[in-house]
Write a protein that binds this ligand. Sequence first.
Ligand code: CMX
Length: 137
Amino acid sequence: MKKVDHIGIAVRSMDEALDYYIHTLGLELLGIEEVPSQQVKVAFLDAGNIKIELLEPTGEDGAVAKYISKRGEGIHHVAFGVSDIRSRMAELKEKGVQLLSEEPKPGAGGAEVAFMHPKSSLGVLYELCDKSGKGDK
Ligand code: CMX
């Protein structure tokens, strides 16, 4: 894992969050899409060397909805950009890291993603994000 691709921020209202990030902080909006498998609508913003991913829940049962109801808005996860995600997952598993799925799942921008349980990552929810062949959104 050689780079952080993005930081995921849980927000209650995408419209309000975009107003803040675009008009107050001056970040450029790269795109908005819905990720049904994760029950979120996401927006990516250009923060120079990394991206900020805003995450608005689209259902009450998703991970982000649960996070907001327990902890409120804020930093939800940190995503490492990787290639060959299945090999990275196998290596981590061998080293005792608990992964939240056996196989990668479809994420935003055509990426394949997998998460590490915060309990086995010192309290941080880390994502592996593989955009090989999908461009670098
Ligand atoms: N960061 C750090 N710790 C977190 C966390 C987060 N985002 N979410 C939960 N936790 C902690 C909780 O505080 C709790 O700790 P304590 O037991 O000390 O209180 C522990 O993890 C278990 O939490 P929980 O509420 O019992 O479990 P959840 O049912 O909320 O599940 C998790 C937590 C990480 C397994 C779940 O959120 C998950 O599967 N996440 C992966 C998928 C995901 O996050 N998708 C959204 C992003 C999609 C995208 O980027 O496109």
